[in-house]
Design a protein around this ligand. Structure first.
Ligand SMILES: [Fe+2]
Ligand SMILES: [Fe+2]
Length: 163
């Protein structure tokens, strides 16, 4: 699967999120100390799609539309975290539910499968464990991206620091 095709899929299924005010705010809110919620979100979405397509090659199919929509929305509820949550524990437990609320605004017809991707992405730090393939894929991609965020940061953040 080419990177061009990944970008096309993100645009095809994720347009309502990418064009939203929520996402513009997400690009400005720091996340995992060295990146933004928006950049983290895009990396989780791209990694989830790469994983989904790799699994497809060995006969394990998953719903790429649900994956894009769920991954793009999974952390949007975390926006304004300092004002919203008392501490990290509360943020960890509550932001998946708040992200579901945002996702339902952006995708009023969102199905249960997509909702569960968002609702269960924090496991095992919080919430119920992922059950569907799509939930497992996005949750795994989120952990992978989070570790990379913390360890390496991003080009965007380094550029900001250089200003
Ligand atoms: Fe999260
Ligand atoms: Fe995340």
């Amino acid at each position: 699967m080419s990177e061009k095709r990944i970008r096309e899929e993100i645009r095809e299924y994720g347009d309502p999120v990418l064009k939203s005010e929520h996402f513009q705010k997400a690009l400005k809110q720091t996340h995992h100390k060295k990146t933004s919620v928006g950049e983290h979100t895009l990396r989780v979405t791209a990694s989830s799609l790469r994983l989904s397509h790799a699994l497809e090659k060995i006969g394990i199919r998953s719903d790429q539309k649900s994956i894009v929509q769920g991954a793009l929305c999974h952390d949007l509820g975390i926006l304004g975290r300092d004002e919203k949550y008392k501490n990290n524990r509360e943020c960890c437990m509550q932001h998946p539910k708040d992200s579901v609320d945002v996702a339902k605004e952006l995708y009023p017809e969102m199905d249960q499968k997509t909702e569960n991707i968002i609702r269960h992405h924090m496991w095992p730090l919080g919430g119920k464990r992922p059950r569907s393939r799509e939930e497992v894929i996005v949750s795994a991609a989120d952990k992978y991206a989070s570790v990379k965020d913390v360890v390496y940061g991003t080009l965007h953040h380094r550029k900001e620091k250089e200003k």
